[in-house]
Design a protein around this ligand. Sequence first.
Ligand code: SAH
Length: 291
Amino acid sequence: MTDSTPPAPSLPPSLPGSSWPALQPGWVWLCGAGPGDPGLLTLHALNALRQADVVVYDALVQSAILEWAPQAEHIYAGKRGGKPSARQSDISLHLVDLARAGKRVLRLKGGDPFVFGRGGEEAQTLIQHGVNVRIIPGISAGIGGLAYAGIPVTHRDVNQSVTFVTGHDQSGEAPGSLNWRAIAEGAQVLVIYMGMKHARRIADALMEAGRPADEPAAVVCNATTPEQQVLETTLSRLADDIDASDMKPPAILCIGRSVLMRQVLDWQALAAGESPRDLDPLGRGRPAEVS
Ligand code: SAH
């Protein structure tokens, strides 16, 4: 956290009274860990961390979260930015082997396991091999990470839809398969995962397809962690400003007028004693509670 909240003790918190499901031997729970801040785990995730024999985790899972499963073996299965590392099939089949060995397996993935996280493929492999699974959703970086930056993914004065896009395809290249013209024309607010590497190509494609050069854009890297950094810019300056910054993946790009709301909603800056930059950044001219 970058606000003044005192750090929480890293003891496994207890769960509120309820009948929590048991992680049975031979099962795999495929679970989202949220974007970073351990406080954004779900209670089901915590319940899983307390029971697992093995936690197979991704690069984006914070170590503070793994500390909540001290009894478990921790196995890293990360891959970053298209680098050759553990192959997806190897990871999925390793999960099958662990389950068949009778382990209580927690597969922990950053954000939500079914949002650009190959969770669907892993779950499918497990089920194809007869392994029992439970899916535990998580807070996705494209929603929760932007919220920590003070950017609401929807706002009644800006958008009635939001478009989530990946800036990489399976080969690690910009998704040539995407119809950027259709996205530019149809997306009110765009939230781009894995978009840092190809930010220039993406921004150029959007402007070529008619998005205004001065459209507000933001980059949020390491969202919800103590290393969170936020860049506010415009579509035409996006790539140069990224190059001039020291920002690195993981980062979410957001393109659309909702970025302007950060001028009033940057709650971490407010908590640090700053004043809102503009109480009415969308220029409604009337209080927010008046529709
Ligand atoms: N399943 C994840 C997304 C995995 S793809 C989710 O739902 O959030 C990996 C991409 O997610 C990164 O390249 C980045 O675009 C985004 N991401 C994940 N964690 C992030 C964080 N803490 N800050 C910014 N972006 C993040």
